[in-house]
Design a binder for this molecule. Structure first.
Ligand SMILES: [Zn+2]
Length: 341
């Protein structure tokens, strides 16, 4: 699963390309990629076509693109482009171009209603790729959005997914309970309904360390299970949990109730450090699946200390890193540096 750094790499790549861009057409090549969308593909296509993306936002591993009515200038451009395409006889079986003038933007309307967002789940192998018109189709292409950007012109957002655990869906935006921004990338205090139960991630300025420590102390669970619990802290998956625990010298099964405040503080600091470092290196790419919007891999896999390094030396003490089965997956640790205390 892509974790916070990999999803943030995608969000940061999408942000300049999609913000302010109008959705000219939508093509669904594989309905399985709409598994989280309530309604058929026709509904997905009709509701998106003609709208504009106002931002690219992320909380933890969740990514969404808030939707706004099309601006009058881009609506005009779309009409022109539609007229051109109609002359050329464009349009596919499951694709729909804008048939009429999009509704005019009413001043203040966007701020008055929370609206909707396109939610992107990357799943195990989902990729969001920015393409220009000349680039050939990917064989695993599931959904395509044709956009018109006011400065960049026409571009394609291709959702490519090998294993089809990922998806796109339209969801309502709801107010955040604390009135703070819903995620990174947009100041609006809104979050998609399906993300509203997800905790803030540790790189979010509105993340409360004290709330996290208090919740951690109350849990009757092992510390790694707590780190993976997206309702407690979001964005951390197996890779960065193992790396943070190694750095903080904490065993994955250490009961959270026995973790001192000082050690919990160290752990959270290491979580932030490892996420930040991974982000700076473009994320961790295994099997070339977690890629940025240009299809390029990150290189944090070369900086891992524990994850995937079973049998190799612990960079701290030289003893071998071991892999133990954990929650249908595995944990990687140095059994000497990381002991249950
Ligand atoms: Zn060690």
């Amino acid at each position: 699963m892509p974790e916070l750094p990999e999803v943030e790499v995608v969000r940061a790549g999408l942000e300049p390309a999609v913000t302010g861009a109008t959705i000219r057409s939508v093509t669904v090549f594989d309905e399985r990629s709409l598994r989280r969308h309530v309604g058929p593909s026709e509904d997905f296509i009709e509701r998106l076509t003609g709208l504009t993306f106002s931002a690219a936002v992320r909380r933890g591993k969740f990514l969404w693109l808030p939707l706004a009515p099309s601006s009058p200038s881009s609506a005009l451009e779309i009409q022109e482009s539609h007229a051109l395409r109609a002359e050329m006889g464009g349009g596919g079986a499951h694709s729909r171009d804008i048939p009429e003038i999009p509704p005019e933007t009413e001043p203040g309307a966007a701020g008055a209603t929370p609206g909707e967002a396109l939610v992107v789940h990357l799943g195990m192998s989902g990729q969001v790729l920015l393409r220009d018109a000349q680039q050939p189709d990917d064989s695993l292409l599931r959904i395509r959005l044709q956009l018109d950007h006011p400065r960049l012109g026409p571009l394609r957002v291709d959702f490519v997914d090998q294993r089809i655990f990922g998806s796109m869906s339209i969801d309502d935006l709801v107010a955040t309970p604390d009135g703070r921004a819903g995620g990174l990338g947009d100041g609006a205090a809104l979050v998609p309904r399906q993300v509203s139960h997800i905790a803030r991630d540790p790189l979010d300025p509105a993340f409360s360390d004290e709330q996290f420590f208090a919740a951690l102390a109350k849990r009757k669970t092992g510390v790694k299970r707590a780190l993976l619990d997206q309702t407690l802290i979001s964005g951390v998956g197996n890779i960065y949990a193992d790396e943070s625990l190694w750095a903080a010298r904490i065993h994955y099964d250490q009961p959270t109730s026995t973790l001192s405040r000082a050690r919990a503080r160290t752990l959270l600091a290491e979580v932030r450090l490892v996420l930040g470092k991974a982000l700076a290196e473009g994320g961790t790419s295994f099997d070339a699946q977690y890629v940025n919007v240009n299809g390029a891999s990150g290189y944090f896999s070369h900086s891992l200390n524990a994850y995937g390094r079973q049998g190799q030396e612990c960079p701290r003490c030289g003893r071998p890193i071991v892999r133990e089965s954990f929650m249908n997956r595995s944990s990687h640790l140095c059994a000497f540096c990381q002991r249950v205390r």
